[in-house]
Design a protein around this ligand. Structure first.
Ligand code: IPM
Ligand code: MG
Length: 361
């Protein structure tokens, strides 16, 4: 029997609703496999917790989480707490302190869905964005002075270290080597004239170690346009923290929307837990209505399985989601249907039970 420990942080807004369905998927995985067991513990941290305690998580929150194998995260953010507080006291410290430097975000048009890009199909839309997740534009360095005066000033520093840049580039090159050997690199070295030329130089240096990989540098503005006009050119795309953030919302939009797209915040060395979460946020406008799409959260469990070395389970989860979409009967409102979160989740989970027959998990 293989045991994994998992901390569950459903968080705010629709986070708890979609996380519930992800947890049902984990139960189904245990049942179908028979040899995997998750020991899970739930933490009700987030904006409600903040209103009661003045903190998004306890002072020793990271200490509590650090020995788990994996974290399952829902969403963060509510109107009751300023966003820069809620993210800087919960999700960003987890990503940064646990060295989850790879934010892996598949951009894949699932069967059964159509892209809003006319003429683009499943073969055209199947790539992965590797986003640097610990530094860059999210470095938490800057300040404000002379507040409220005409001399007021705000400054935010972007920080790129050789260590941080090399490790994300090496991860992206290695992944490209395993895929179609094609790496697109986001940059902006024409206007951002210190950090981005540094980033480009490291790309050039490192590319020598991966002679089989074709590497292309794109300025981020052009790259965003190419996501729309020629997405079929991409296989692995690597970018800094903010560039990757923006590109992946765009990426989600071209493959069916934010309700679908999952992500893994990965510490490849496994010195700390990795965290799996939907790309979408807390969606306060639909929170509590039971209509949020649970696919992104369930697919995030698929990425968790890949990370834990059970790629065939990860694949079966994606196959099950696709099969339900191809059936087309059960869809949440974001996909043009009327199904609830629970109906959508349960359809995927029972499909998985059907598809698993005769499979060796
Ligand atoms: C994401 C989100 C977060 C980010 C927010 C909630 C801080 O947009 O995971 O993409 O910017 O990283
Ligand atoms: Mg984002």
């Amino acid at each position: 029997m293989q045991h994994f420990s998992m901390a569950v942080i459903p968080g705010d807004g629709i986070g708890p609703e979609v996380t519930n369905e992800a947890l049902k998927m984990i139960k189904m995985v245990e049942e179908l496999h028979g040899g995997i067991k998750f020991y899970s513990e739930h933490f009700e941290w987030g904006c409600d917790y903040y209103l009661k305690s003045g903190r998004m998580m306890p002072e020793n929150g990271l200490e509590i989480l650090k020995d788990f194998d994996v974290l399952l995260f829902g969403a963060v953010g509510a109107k009751t707490v300023p966003d820069y507080i809620s993210v800087w006291e919960l999700i960003l410290p987890i990503r940064q302190k646990f060295q989850q430097y790879v934010n892996l975000r598949p951009i894949k048009l699932l069967r059964g869905l159509e892209s809003p890009l006319r003429y683009k199909n499943h073969e055209d839309l199947d790539f992965v964005v590797i986003r640097e997740n610990t530094e860059g534009e999210y470095f938490n360095s800057g300040g404000r002075v002379h507040e409220g005066t005409p001399y007021e000033l705000a400054m935010q520093n972007s920080v790129f270290t050789r260590f941080g840049t090399e490790r994300i580039l090496n991860y992206a090159f290695t992944l490209a080597e395993k895929r179609k050997k094609n790496l697109a690199v986001a940059t902006k070295s024409n206007a951002i004239n210190f950090t981005m030329p540094f980033w480009d130089e490291l790309v050039k240096e490192i590319s020598g170690n991966y002679p089989g990989v074709q590497t292309r540098l794109y300025h981020i503005d052009a790259l965003a346009a190419y996501f729309v006009s020629r997405p079929e050119e991409f296989d692995v795309v690597v970018g800094s923290n903010l560039f990757g953030d923006i590109l992946t919302d765009l990426g989600a939009a071209i493959v069916g929307g934010l309700g679908i797209s999952p992500s893994g915040n990965i510490n490849p060395e496994r010195a700390y837990p990795s965290m799996f979460e939907p790309i979408h946020g807390s969606a306060p406008d639909i929170a509590g209505k039971g209509i949020a799409n649970p696919i992104a959260s369930i697919w995030s469990v698929g990425l968790m399985m890949d990370h834990l070395g059970h790629n065939h389970i990860g694949k079966l989860i994606v196959d099950s989601i696709e099969a339900v979409l191809v059936d087309g009967k059960i869809r949440t409102p974001d996909l043009g249907g009327t199904a609830t979160t629970v109906e959508m989740g349960e359809a995927i989970i029972s499909k998985m039970a059907q598809l698993a027959v005769g499979h060796h998990l």
